[in-house]
Ligand binder design. Structure first.
Ligand code: IPM
Ligand code: MG
Length: 370
């Protein structure tokens, strides 16, 4: 008997708990109906943790995250903490998880479901069939670089500093993941920086070029400035396969790319660490969307991004490609049947709540597995 898979579920704030509730039902379905067995633990993060414990994430939850096989994360953030110091913000929870778990590789696929091609603000022909992957470096760059902070100068004015830092090993390891992923897709990688303005950009380009020449000549590589990349993503997104970029550019370009697909509510992501001696990688899976405080608690949110994050978890952490495909198939089927949460509602479709979407998915899974 294979050991049970350890799962840490962190629903977080806003719409996080209600979408996670539906995804938990799907997790339970897999536990009962398929070969895989889970040991599930839940924990508080973000404002939910601040309310109870006074910190965005406790050391105990952090220890659970380090001990588990995979983390399934909802979303963190709360307008009540808009004006407090960084270390008291709900967002600190996800930043600490990324940093302390060493999750340097963030995979953000932007795929268009054919059923939703008309929901994009771009023309159907530009985005139909789109399937690109943004690979964002997640533990370095300006998000963590020192020095950082705001100081008061002798004349009473203030000075704010953030530091963009990258070392060759940091660039190499993310580029390596990019080339490996490209090999499993359409074999094309675009490395994105601003080597025309930034020293880190120069080093980034140089390092990626060297690694490519030494080990990945079979992959088609090109380089692009980040501002041009933003423009090209809107002009002709299908020219890309894998985009490899730093933490801040990846943050911005992935938001841009997600909107090409018509809905932020559909996109999952995976954050992976380096494999250890046994091949095991620390990993966290989360939807791209945030907490959506305006619709939180109203049973309106789209659970599909978190559901598809669970599919990525099955694929990347547990090698369960068939189970992952089953989830993706179920999501496609409910869309094909015309069921839509409010964010992806289209004329002639049937509007459903978060709970109803969860129920429809369970039914679909029953049918597919029968
Ligand atoms: C993301 C988010 C986070 C980030 C925030 C919530 C800290 O925007 O995951 O893209 O900036 O990385
Ligand atoms: Mg972001």
């Amino acid at each position: 008997m294979p050991a049970n898979k350890k799962l840490l579920v962190l629903p977080g704030d806003g719409i996080g708990p209600e979408v996670m509730r539906q995804v938990r039902r799907v997790v339970d379905w897999f536990d009962k109906r398929r070969a895989v067995r889970f040991d599930i633990k839940e924990g508080l993060v973000g404002a939910a943790s601040l309310d109870k414990h006074g910190v965005p994430i406790t050391d105990a939850v952090m220890a659970d995250a380090l001990a588990t096989d995979a983390v399934l994360f909802g979303a963190v953030g709360d307008p009540r903490w808009d004006n407090v110091a960084f270390d008291k913000k709900p967002e600190r929870a996800i930043l600490r998880l990324r940093k302390d778990m060493g999750l340097f590789a963030n995979l953000r696929p932007a795929t268009v479901f054919d059923e939703l091609a008309d929901a994009s603000t771009l023309k159907r022909e530009v985005i139909a069939g789109l399937d690109i992957l943004i690979l964002r470096e997640l533990t370095g760059g300006v998000y963590f670089g020192e020095p950082r902070g705001v100081t008061t100068l002798p004349d009473g004015t203030k000075r704010g500093v953030d530091t963009q830092v990258y070392t060759t090993p940091e660039i190499e390891r993310i580029a390596r993941v990019g080339f490996e992923l490209a090999r499993k897709r359409r074999n094309k990688a675009t490395s994105v920086e601003k080597a025309n303005v930034m020293h880190t950009g120069v080093l980034w380009r140089e390092t990626v070029t060297k690694l490519h020449a030494a080990e990945y000549k079979d992959v088609e590589l090109n380089h692009m400035y980040a501002d041009n990349c933003a423009m090209q993503l809107v002009r002709n997104p299908k020219q890309f396969d894998v985009i490899v970029t730093d933490n801040l550019f990846g943050d911005m370009l992935s938001d841009l790319a997600s909107m090409l697909t018509g809905s932020l509510g559909m996109l999952p992501s995976a954050s992976l660490g380096a494999p250890d001696a046994t091949g095991r990688r620390r990993a966290l899976y989360e939807p791209i969307h945030g907490t959506a405080p305006d619709i939180a608690g109203k049973d309106l949110a789209n659970p599909l991004a978190t559901l598809l994050s669970f599919a990525m978890l099955l694929r990347y952490s547990f090698d369960l490609a068939d189970d992952a495909a089953l989830i993706e198939q179920a999501a496609k089927s409910v869309l094909k049947r015309g069921l839509r949460t409010a964010d992806i509602m289209q004329p002639g479709a049937t509007k459903v709540s978060t709970t109803q979407m969860g129920e429809a998915l369970l039914k679909e899974l029953d049918t597919l597995a029968a």
